[in-house]
Design a protein around this ligand. Sequence first.
Ligand SMILES: NC(=O)c1ccc[n+]([C@@H]2O[C@H](COP(=O)([O-])OP(=O)(O)OC[C@H]3O[C@@H](n4cnc5c(N)ncnc54)[C@H](OP(=O)(O)O)[C@@H]3O)[C@@H](O)[C@H]2O)c1
Length: 267
Amino acid sequence: MKRFAVIGQPVAHSLSPRIHAAFAAAAGIELDYQALAIDEADLATRLDALHDEGWAGFNVTLPHKQTVMARCEDLSEAARRAGAVNTLTRTDSGWQGDNTDGTGLVRDLARAGVVTAGQRVLILGAGGAARGIIAPLLATRPASLVISNRNPWKPEALSEAFADLGTLTPRTHWALKGDAFDLVINATSAGHSGPMPPMPDELFADGAVAYDLSYGTAHAPFAEWAKAEGARVVHDGLGMLVEQAAASFARWHGVTPDTAPVLKALR
Ligand SMILES: NC(=O)c1ccc[n+]([C@@H]2O[C@H](COP(=O)([O-])OP(=O)(O)OC[C@H]3O[C@@H](n4cnc5c(N)ncnc54)[C@H](OP(=O)(O)O)[C@@H]3O)[C@@H](O)[C@H]2O)c1
């Protein structure tokens, strides 16, 4: 039986083993999928050893999503653009790196009936996850895509990095004052440590949708803020998590899983 795992530190909390087990059961595939805690200092040697042991693929979570790129002999366009890898696939001589987070978001938006084409879209946050969703969002042809962040330099750098794919307008949070959006995507990790950072009022246009990459307890501060600011509906990132896992699963097993029952079971 081929062996797979999610690698990170910490990793015991990860839902990935449960999600991949559910996909495999539905597809009639026998699967060995584990959670392997790997310290940053050990990443290179552990990946070499795991390759020698014949492991077939890994999902990659914090803190390795960026650093693991240096251990890949080949990177997909999505991983190169994202500057991060969340899926490793074994080759005879090493590891191929891919990033399915952006695909996961776009598929979950579609599942939830959230349209981005022709819409004014705002991304809050400019870290690794934000970087991974920019190219797929630009590909959906929004009317505008704006990115704002606490550190003002990161949106500027991302705007330049993605200029060949379309216009990504860089802002600080406060410079958003006076703008309104049809979709506000929270890609900050603020909810893990406290409330949402202060934001200008009236960012949500009439009927606007709010989408949070975070889920579980980390989703609560954004949900509370977005509802108070008038968002018509607020989505968390659990669907994105399931969809990015489905894209990895399809990459490894050649079967595209039905995500709806798995998402329902997790909820
Ligand atoms: N649903 C999914 O499948 C999925 C996939 C990937 C990530 N995520 C979630 O997405 C979130 C972001 O992850 P990441 O990998 O991008 O993290 P990251 O690279 O560490 O970036 C964190 C971002 O949040 C901002 N931030 C953090 N604390 C803040 C605060 N108190 N006030 C304002 N801004 C704050 C940072 O701003 P500065 O640059 O100013 O520090 C940065 O833009 C996490 O909650 C993660 O769990 C979900």
